[in-house]
Design a protein around this ligand. Structure first.
Ligand SMILES: C[S@@+](CC[C@H](N)C(=O)[O-])C[C@H]1O[C@@H](n2cnc3c(N)ncnc32)[C@H](O)[C@@H]1O
Length: 252
């Protein structure tokens, strides 16, 4: 007879399989916003706790309001980090994101957006836990261990997102050809297509119901939260890949 052993609560050395028995593994969701990423991990089998500096009443799981780096440092120092099996981080990236860098420069807008990627990675390395850092395409300095696209999950957004994996690996799925264009107005011309523009607030942008349907997110109707979110389909895939890579089949 075969028994399943899997990753569980506790502090793993990177990629060291652990037991969790019948408990669901716990994930710390840093920079959690309204929980696009969180929802995918819950669907994959995790229990999720969020951390966001802003008040986020739409976040559907327990969350701590405060600075993510301070919270991570405090959890590591106190040893409470040992409750977690995995950490996800989506540090703000507006100063490095392709969609905003060009526009901001051309308009002469400065922007005071901090780049929190490097300090986040430093603290994550100190936890000893496996982790993932997410960023959009652009100049953010992360390793692109995984790149995911909405078309891989049959979504109504393209939304390429890159992921740096710390202390574990996952196989990159094949990119799927886009079915057409992102619909909307660009430079005075209207383009039709199967995807909506899930960013910004300008003319020709999708309605809230269109955005919700395209991203697979129903629990927030706040445009900013929808346009910041990772579609849950991405993190459900990542969460399942993580759990599969840490489950041991052990002969009894
Ligand atoms: C790109 S969004 C994250 C999206 C989220 N992963 C999702 O899938 O819905 C970045 C979030 O970081 C939060 N944030 C910015 N600076 C922060 C800080 N120092 N500590 C905690 N949260 C912060 C913002 O309020 C915002 O909600």
């Amino acid at each position: 007879m075969t028994q399943r052993r899997a990753f569980g609560e506790g502090r793993p050395a990177h990629a060291t399989p652990m037991r969790w028995g019948r408990l669901r593994p716990r994930l710390l969701d840093l920079f959690s916003c309204a929980g696009g990423a969180a929802m995918g991990y819950v669907r994959a089998g995790f229990v999720v706790d969020g951390v966001d500096i802003a008040e986020r009443p739409n976040y559907p799981f327990p969350y701590h309001q405060g600075d993510a780096l301070e919270r991570l440092a405090a959890l590591t120092l106190s040893g409470e980090i040992e409750r977690y099996a995995f950490v996800h981080a989506s540090p703000p990236c507006q100063d490095k994101c392709t969609l905003t860098v060009g526009t901001n420069r051309s308009q002469g807008w400065g922007g005071i957006h901090e780049d929190l990627v490097a300090p986040t990675r430093d603290l994550l390395d100190k936890t000893g836990l496996p982790y993932i850092i997410e960023q959009p395409n652009g100049r953010a300095e992360i390793r692109k261990d995984l790149s995911l696209c909405g078309e891989m999950f049959g979504l109504g957004v393209i939304r390429h997102r890159n992921f740096e994996l710390g202390g574990w690996t996952a196989e990159q799925p094949a990119h799927v050809a886009h079915r057409g264009r992102v619909k909307g107005w660009r430079h005075g011309q209207y383009f039709d297509g199967p995807y909506v523009a899930a960013y910004g607030n300008g003319g020709g942008k999708p309605s809230i119901p269109e955005l919700q349907a395209a991203m697979g997110i129903t629990w927030t109707d706040v445009r900013e939260e929808l346009t910041e979110a990772i579609p849950p389909g991405y993190t459900e895939w990542i969460g399942r890949a993580f759990i599969a890579s840490h489950v041991l089949g052990v002969a009894a």
